[in-house]
Every structure is written in structure tokens, then in C-alpha cells.
Design a protein around this ligand. Structure first.
Ligand SMILES: Cc1cc2nc3c(=O)[nH]c(=O)nc-3n(C[C@H](O)[C@H](O)[C@H](O)COP(=O)(O)O)c2cc1C
Length: 749
């Protein structure tokens, strides 16, 4: 019988008599027992100490005692202490043991094993130190996450110690763990979404941070990269608030808190920040761990390595997930990585991971066939789901990639789409057995321009040296102009890239782990439960555009849904996985007394269809009695007869008095383009009065990059010109309205 090291230790731990015997007989017995105990132990020791001679080091085998004072630890080798603390002679120790007192010094095999265990612990500690660097991200569409991932990968590459740094979405960070003893150094990348709102993966952390008390982050050192878009009025809201909170709680900034604006292009700032942050974070970590933990030694070693072939190469992302492949194949298409349909999770609501499978009740193309822009109206059944919603809420749709693209990709990779795997941890929201086809169809983003880290991975998967070098150059700092032209502007999808580099053969596992997640898409509901019970309605424009490289690209989700709409129209039965995304404050007030101003061009008008139906319901409750506020809708589209969705219904609501004013801007019906903000300007006096004197609510929905900004500017102008406010006062007034929830926007890019 051959015992493992741990079995020998366990035996000694459980058998005091054996421990004592070993101790009493000391060296002679150790020699005698050597054939039994030593082979594994010596092999282990020798491997871990290659520079040492094979002979048992006697001085190491002596001089240890088992501290039997602590009754709980009596037979526990964890209570072994160095002899420097107690120095009984062997005979004293022996008699003490006989009397049940102190244990004898450990010698021979036991001491050897103790040494081995210490070494193992030291190595484990170096690999998994107590204090770690936290690399966190607040990211809605994945940009901040990619940047954080790349920084984390560089820390890992530089230190050679994967567990020295933790990469995490903010929601997965325990706020209370933000302490110098756990995370002395924090680097984070944060973006905003909505109207200066925190991304979903940060919202709960954000709320908890606001409850933290002064000085709770004292001793933590941090640096932050903010991502934002200066077209939004709440530019950099989340990174700025988070920084303020970190500082307010006593954290200390260690490096430039950079802000990268989409309008100028993110890349330059991102690169500069990442480079400096890497250096600063490692330096601070070294200082925080008193000269550096054992792991830091490898930083110096890495620094003395020859420089890479191309300057500024992104680090190879470290593997985190293990894939176990199942025996059979997925013949019925059931292994799709999520649990579908008819389930409520523990909190009682559907999620991205446990969506509700909604049957499509009706769908139609609103725009004429062949019209440049296509808009689709769709109705989903939520019967039996217990989903409750209010007009103004949104819901998430889990889209599916174009099946032709997936087929071609499987063929190019030489992969069997029906093989099924399980991942050791959630990756790209795969949390259940998943076939390769489902992973590529439902979980991986195959069309977004490849991030540099993915190109680095593809480079490493090339057999041909020339192809490898070409890809390495494109993702390096030197290859920046090529990355911009060939990737960001031309927007090749993954298949285009693989076809351009025929020797590139990435493993399916690598793609599943390192491709960005196929993000759910959010749509505002255009229905109202009082009018459309058991259904959710929504409308969307089908996305299609030309890239800089002359390719035609189609939006993944809207084209998939448009295909479903056509299938339903021809009698097929189809289902869409959805989950609710309630809005915080984009809701019609719960009475019809307060005036409401709604501004929603294009499909931005969707929630206002629900609002007006809700208003009709509120008025029906009043039964024609009591005060009723005005309700204005500013709507815009190209042409009344082509792309004006829900216009007939709105006309009817004006007719019935539910809607006081419907003001439409048809941009292409005359020479000069006319937009919603122009229409607002024409009614400036009335609007100013509604806002300043009648406490009106303002709701804006639609394109956040241009329309929402132009509408905001028009509101300021109206308050100045018709309300007599100075510019600064108008700005402040609108800010206060936002804080009060009286001016609410639901925007997208
Ligand atoms: C729907 C939407 C809303 C946004 N709202 C804001 C905002 O209020 N303030 C801002 O500075 N940037 C805003 N942005 C810009 C994002 O913060 C920016 O594009 C960032 O790079 C996205 O990072 P992510 O992909 O990690 O989410 C918004 C972007 C979108 C798509």
C-alpha cells in the first residue's frame, strides 16, 4: 500500500501514539520507517527543493514540538510550533507526553512532512495572496469590461500570478471587502447608461456605496477610467459619482482619473490610462504589501524578459473557465445554456439567465415594402407568466445570431455544433449544458468589431508565421492605424477575419470564453395592461448600415425579430425569450391632473402609446369628474404615410380628448427638415407656462446622442425666451426637475 502525503499526515494527526512513537524513537526509527514513509515524502521534498541534497536534513527534523496545551488542537498538526517558543529537552518532552502534558519534539518523517506542508502553504500564499488588486468594471454594453479585462490580463502576465488580481463587475464585489487588508489597490473602469444611470452590473453596488460612511475606504488606493459620451447631458455621471464617493470615503487616488469621450474616440485615452494604471497599481501593491509579496518578485523577472516583437501588444487573456465535454450530442437543440420558459427564479422574476419564452401573438411591418426604413410592430403573449408591467417599462430580448453565419463559422472552424459542454463557471451567461451551436448562436457576439485582446488570441491560433505577425501588428500599439481602418471602420465579423487568415484555427472553447457576450436588447413596451391584457407590445426599426469598408451590416436582434415577424405573418408559430426590465421613474403620473409633455420621435414614441392608454384608463376612473391636466405629444418621423407608427391611434385619442395636443414633425415632407424640437419652439409660450407654472412632467424617449441633447437645449431656450429665466437658471431648473423625477428621459444610442 502506498500512502499519499496527506494520508500520512492524517494518520499521524489522528494517532497520538504514532506521533509519540515517531518522536521517541527519533532518528533510528525514522531510518527504520523510511522505507514505509519516505518514498513519497522524499520525492515530494526533493522535487520542491531541487538544490538540496537527497539526504534527510537532520537539523530540520529536530526542534519542533507539538503544543498540546490547547485541548482542541491536541492532535492537530496545525498546532505545531517552532521550538524557539518552547525548548523542552527530548526526555522532558517524552515524560510530559506520558503524563498527558506537552508533546515531544517532532523528528524524522513528521518534521519532514511539516516542512513540506509549510512550503506548500508558502507557495499557495504567493500564488493566492491575502491582499489583492481589484480590477472592477461598470459596463452596460461591454466596452468598460473589455478594458478592465485587458488591464487584468496585463497584471497577470506581468506578475505571472493569476490570483494576485481579481477581475469583477462591481455588483459581484462585496462593498465591505473594499478594505486595505483585502483590496489595498483598486483600478476601475466605469461607464454610464440611460440618463447618467449606473449599468445593470453595477446598480446594486452603486446603491450600497451611497450608504457607506465616512473613512470606510481609508487606506484603499485607486485609479479610475471613465467612459462617456459628451452628447449626453449627464456626461460621465457614473464615473464622476463613483470617484467622488471613493474620495469621500477616504480612498486615495494614485494615478490620473482619466475620462474617455466617445465623441473624440476612446482609444487614445484608454491606452494612456491603461499603461500608466498598470505601473501605478503594481507600484502601490508593492508598497501596500511591505516591499511586495512573493508574487511581486516575478514582476522584476518579467521586466527583464526580452521585449515583444511589436510594441504595446495586449496581454493574452488568462483562461478562467474549464470546459467539460459530455458524451452524447444535442440532437433536439435543448442544450442552449439557459433554462427557458415558465419558471420564476427565487426572487420571483425572470432574468437574462432564466427568461420567459413568450409566444408571438401578432407581428406586422408598419412601413411599406421596399421603403428604405423598416419598422415592425410585435405583440408577445405573457399569459401564464405572472409578469406585471407598467407603461414606460422595458423588457430584454435574448437575440439569436444569423443561422447562416453560425453554420459558416462552424464549418470554417471544423467544429461539431451538436457537441455539448458544461462550463466550470458562468461564461457569456452560459449557466447550463450548452451545445457548440447554441453557444455561437445565442451567447457569443460574432459581429461586433473584434477587440484587440481577441485579435491577440487569434494571432496565437495561427500556424502561419506571417499571418500571426500580421495580426500581432494590428493589435499592437504600432499597428494602431491598421486597427482603426481594418477593424473599427471596415467592421469585419469573426468569420470575415478567419477567412482573411486561413491558418488561424482557434479552439471553440477559446472563442466561447473570449468572444464578447451577445447582449440582450432592450425595448420599451408600447402597450398598457389596462388596454392590452396578457400582452406586451413593442416596435422597432430594423437596423442595416454600410461599414467604412463597404460591407452591409445588419443588426443582430432587429433582423432576427423581423424574420420572426415575417414567419408569424405566414402562419408559423414563434417564441421569443424575454425578461422584464422595469423602469425606475419613466412612468405616467398616477393621476390625470398634472400636465404631461411627451416627446418621442421615431420608435421613441412607443412608450407614449402606453402612456396615453393609461391616461384613458385614469380618466375613466374619474368618470368625467375632477380636474384634468393637459397632455402633449411631440412626435416626429419622415413621412405621415410611410413611417408614422401608431399615428391613427394618437389621432383617435385627440378626437376623444384623452390627448390634448398632438404635434408632428414630418422631416421629409417639405424642403427644410423639421424636427420635434422645432415644433416645441413653435409652442414655446405654452410649454414654458406648463413647465414653470403648472408643474408639468416632461418625458423624452429616443435617440440619446442627438435628439435628447437637442430637445434639452430647446427646453433651456424656451425657459429663457418665454419664461424669462437666465441661461444658468434654466439649466439649474431642468436639473432640479430631473432630480424630482419631473423631467425623465429614456434614451438609446
Ligand atoms: C443607452 C445609452 C445611454 C448612455 N448614457 C450616457 C450618459 O448618460 N452619460 C455619458 O457620459 N455616457 C452615456 N453613454 C455612453 C456610454 O457611457 C459609453 O458609450 C461607454 O463607452 C459605454 O460603455 P459600456 O459598453 O461599458 O457600457 C450612454 C450610452 C448608451 C448606449
Amino acid at each position: 500500500m502506498v500512502w499519499s502525503t496527506d494520508e500520512v499526515l492524517e494518520f499521524l494527526r489522528r494517532n497520538t501514539a504514532a506521533s509519540v512513537a515517531v518522536a521517541l524513537l527519533g532518528f533510528p526509527l525514522a531510518c527504520f520507517a523510511l522505507p514505509v514513509l519516505a518514498p513519497l515524502a522524499l520525492a515530494y521534498y526533493f522535487l520542491s527543493q531541487p538544490q538540496k541534497p537527497l539526504a534527510v536534513p537532520q537539523e530540520k527534523a529536530k526542534g519542533l514540538v507539538v503544543d498540546t496545551d490547547k485541548s482542541e488542537e491536541k492532535n492537530d498538526l496545525a498546532a505545531v510550533k517552532p521550538v524557539a517558543e518552547k525548548k523542552p529537552s527530548p526526555s522532558v518532552a517524552a515524560s510530559a507526553v506520558v503524563e498527558g502534558g506537552s508533546a515531544p519534539p517532532l523528528t524524522g518523517g513528521v518534521a519532514l512532512l511539516r516542512k513540506m506542508r509549510e512550503q506548500k502553504a508558502a507557495r499557495a500564499k504567493a500564488e493566492n495572496p491575502d491582499k489583492k488588486i481589484l480590477v472592477a468594471f461598470a459596463s452596460q454594453t461591454g466596452t468598460a469590461q473589455e478594458i478592465a479585462k485587458a488591464l487584468h490580463a496585463q497584471i497577470v502576465e506581468k506578475t505571472g500570478t493569476p490570483k494576485l488580481a481579481v477581475l469583477s463587475a462591481f455588483n459581484d464585489v462585496d462593498v465591505d471587502s473594499l478594505k486595505p487588508d483585502t483590496f489595498p489597490v483598486v483600478a476601475f473602469v466605469a461607464a454610464s447608461t440611460g440618463d447618467g444611470d449606473p449599468p445593470d452590473n453595477t446598480a446594486s453596488f452603486y446603491a450600497k456605496m451611497l450608504r457607506k460612511k465616512k473613512e470606510e475606504l481609508k487606506g484603499v488606493r485607486y485609479t479610475c477610467l471613465g467612459l462617456g459620451d459628451s452628447n449626453y447631458t449627464r456626461f460621465m455621471a457614473v464615473p464622476r459619482n463613483m470617484r467622488k464617493k471613493f474620495e469621500g470615503l477616504g480612498a486615495e487616488c494614485i494615478y490620473w482619473n482619466a475620462e474617455a469621450d466617445e465623441v473624440d474616440g476612446l482609444e487614445e485615452t484608454v491606452e494612456k490610462w491603461t499603461e500608466g494604471a498598470l505601473e501605478a497599481v503594481l507600484k502601490e501593491y508593492r508598497a501596500a504589501t511591505a516591499g511586495g509579496s512573493e508574487a511581486m518578485a516575478s514582476v522584476e523577472a518579467a521586466e527583464s524578459k526580452p521585449p515583444p516583437k511589436f510594441k504595446g501588444l495586449p496581454a493574452l487573456l488568462p483562461r478562467r473557465v474549464t470546459f467539460s465535454w459530455q458524451e452524447g450530442v444535442d440532437e433536439g437543440g435543448q442544450a442552449i445554456g439557459v433554462v427557458l420558459g415558465g419558471h420564476h427564479n427565487a426572487e420571483g422574476s425572470y432574468t437574462q439567465e432564466r427568461p420567459f419564452l413568450a409566444k408571438v401573438k401578432a407581428a406586422r411591418r408598419v412601413t411599406p415594402e421596399g421603403y428604405g426604413k423598416q419598422i415592425v410592430h410585435m405583440e408577445l403573449s405573457i399569459d401564464g407568466s405572472n409578469i406585471e408591467y407598467k407603461p414606460g417599462d422595458a423588457f430584454g430580448v435574448l437575440p439569436v445570431n444569423d443561422p447562416n453565419l453560425v453554420d459558416d463559422l462552424l464549418q470554417r472552424l471544423g467544429a461539431d455544433g451538436s457537441r455539448v459542454f458544461e462550463a466550470s463557471e458562468a461564461v457569456n451567461s452560459i449557466r447550463a449544458p450548452c451545445s457548440v451551436r447554441a453557444a455561437l448562436s445565442r451567447h457569443c457576439d460574432l459581429t461586433t468589431p473584434a477587440k484587440k485582446s481577441l485579435i491577440r488570441l487569434l494571432a496565437e491560433s495561427c500556424d502561419d508565421v506571417k499571418e500571426k505577425d500580421d495580426l500581432l501588428l494590428i493589435c499592437s500599439a504600432e499597428g494602431k492605424p491598421r486597427y482603426k481602418k481594418e477593424i473599427l471602420e471596415a467592421q469585419p465579423n469573426l468569420l470575415d477575419l478567419l477567412r482573411a487568415y486561413p491558418s488561424c484555427r482557434p479552439k471553440v472553447e477559446d472563442l466561447v470564453e473570449f468572444l464578447p457576450a451577445l447582449a440582450p436588447r432592450e425595448y420599451s413596451v408600447s402597450s398598457c395592461p389596462h388596454a392590452h391584457g396578457g400582452s406586451i407590445h413593442f416596435a422597432f426599426s430594423v437596423v442595416e448600415f454600410e461599414t467604412g469598408g463597404g460591407r452591409t451590416r445588419r443588426g443582430v436582434a432587429t433582423n432576427w425579430l423581423a424574420g420572426i415577424a415575417d414567419a408569424v405573418a405566414s402562419g408559423e408559430s414563434c417564441e421569443v425569450p424575454i425578461f422584464p426590465k422595469p423602469s425606475k421613474d419613466f412612468h405616467h403620473p398616477e393621476d390625470a391632473v398634472r400636465p404631461v409633455v411627451m416627446i418621442g420621435p421615431g420608435t421613441g414614441v412607443s412608450p407614449f402609446r402606453g402612456f396615453v392608454h393609461h391616461r384613458k384608463y385614469l380618466l375613466s376612473l374619474q368618470g368625467g369628474e375632477g380636474a384634468v391636466g393637459e397632455s402633449w405629444l411631440f412626435f416626429g418621423c419622415r413621412e405621415r404615410t410611410k413611417d408614422a407608427i401608431y399615428l391613427d391611434e394618437f389621432d383617435a385619442f385627440v378626437e376623444s380628448g384623452v390627448l390634448t395636443t398632438l404635434d408632428c414633425a414630418f422631416s421629409r415632407e417639405q424642403e427644410e427638415k423639421v424636427y420635434v424640437q422645432d415644433k416645441m419652439g413653435e409652442s414655446g409660450t405654452r410649454l414654458s407656462n406648463l413647465i414653470l407654472n403648472e408643474d408639468a412632467f416632461i418625458f423624452v424617449c429616443g435617440d440619446g446622442q442627438h435628439m435628447a441633447k437637442d430637445v434639452h437645449a430647446k427646453l433651456e431656450e424656451i425657459l429663457c425666451e418665454h419664461g424669462g429665466l437666465k441661461r444658468a437658471a434654466a439649466t439649474a431648473y431642468l436639473q432640479i426637475m430631473q432630480k424630482q423625477g419631473r423631467y425623465v428621459r429614456d434614451t438609446w444610442s
